[in-house]
Design a protein around this ligand. Structure first.
Ligand code: PAF
Length: 281
């Protein structure tokens, strides 16, 4: 695997490459990321990964400083996964001057996660567009665990006519259902044992909706209350349309998603479960 940290080096290395498939990350890689790399291989000849903890997408109370940075272990995993090129810029490589031009996503950036993390999706969209401009991939993969991020980036790519296919990859879970996430590292052993409750409740919402329940507000309220009863501090639990993450307007919407974000100790965990009412999920 070739590793580069500057934009000119990366551009030169990519000149002779074809079929570029890109997986942007913030490092601290786990099996969920590696599943993305493996899947990336089936979309093209050159798999490019980036590792960059992007200050722009962290708010003042977020975990930028303590976000786990595990570069050597990450490189070993990427090497083993057969990744071709790694772009790992420092902050001054990617932001040599204060970033004054931003991608400003529409209203959805202020809803759900965006309501609790003001500026987050603006920071994500800005860095991803910048990374896309550097790497110029034909395909880019993102995990479905960050469902709202995937939607924002898919819409950005379409609306700005970027010639990139955005592929969403299924969430990888531990045996007890907990979605793999770098932030699971913040959980104490007791919190780790409690953490799968978020997925269980979202999955319970899926089963209830598939069984015919249409009082979505009640399902959301009950799941949030159940989390809080077990020591969580819930930001939101929401049942939304998959297409635009807006509340379903009528009871016959077929493609829904139950999303939740809640704090357990010092970890803020997010998760989601897609609900297809045609019987497939
Ligand atoms: O999902 C992430 O790890 C980050 O938000 C991303 C897409 C790499 C942008 O910094």
């Amino acid at each position: 695997m070739q590793i580069y940290s500057t934009i000119p080096e990366m551009r030169t290395a990519l000149k002779s490459r074809e079929g570029i498939v890109f997986v942007p990350t913030m490092g601290n890689l786990h099996a969920g990321h590696i599943a993305l790399m493996t899947r990336a291989r089936s979309h093209g000849q050159t798999v490019v990964v980036s590792i960059f903890v992007n200050r722009l997408q962290f708010g003042p109370n977020d975990d930028f400083d303590r976000y786990p940075r595990t570069f050597a272990a990450d490189c070993a995993q990427l090497e083993a996964a057969g990744v071709d090129l790694l772009f790992a810029p420092g902050e001054t490589d990617l932001y040599p001057e204060a970033q004054q031009y931003h991608v400003d996503p529409p209203e959805i950036q202020h809803q759900l996660d965006g309501h609790f993390r003001p500026g987050h999706f603006r920071g994500v969209a800005t860095v991803v567009l910048k990374l896309f401009n550097i790497v110029q991939p034909q395909v880019a993969l993102f995990g479905k665990k960050d469902y709202q991020q995937l939607m924002v980036l898919r819409n950005m790519t379409r609306q700005l006519a970027l010639p990139i296919d955005i592929v969403g990859s299924e969430t990888v879970r531990a045996d007890d259902g907990l979605a793999l996430s770098s932030r699971n590292a913040y959980l104490s052993p007791a919190e780790r044992a409690e953490a799968p409750r978020l997925y269980r409740l979202l999955d319970g919402m899926r089963r209830a909706v598939r069984a015919g329940e249409r009082d979505f507000a009640r399902l959301e309220r009950e799941a949030a209350a159940e989390l809080d009863r077990h020591g969580w501090k819930t930001d939101y639990v929401a049942l939304r349309r998959q297409a635009d993450l807006q509340p379903p307007e009528h009871a016959e919407e077929r493609s829904l998603v139950a999303l939740g974000a809640s704090r357990l100790g010092t970890a803020r965990l997010i998760d989601n479960v897609e609900i297809e009412l045609d019987g497939s999920r």
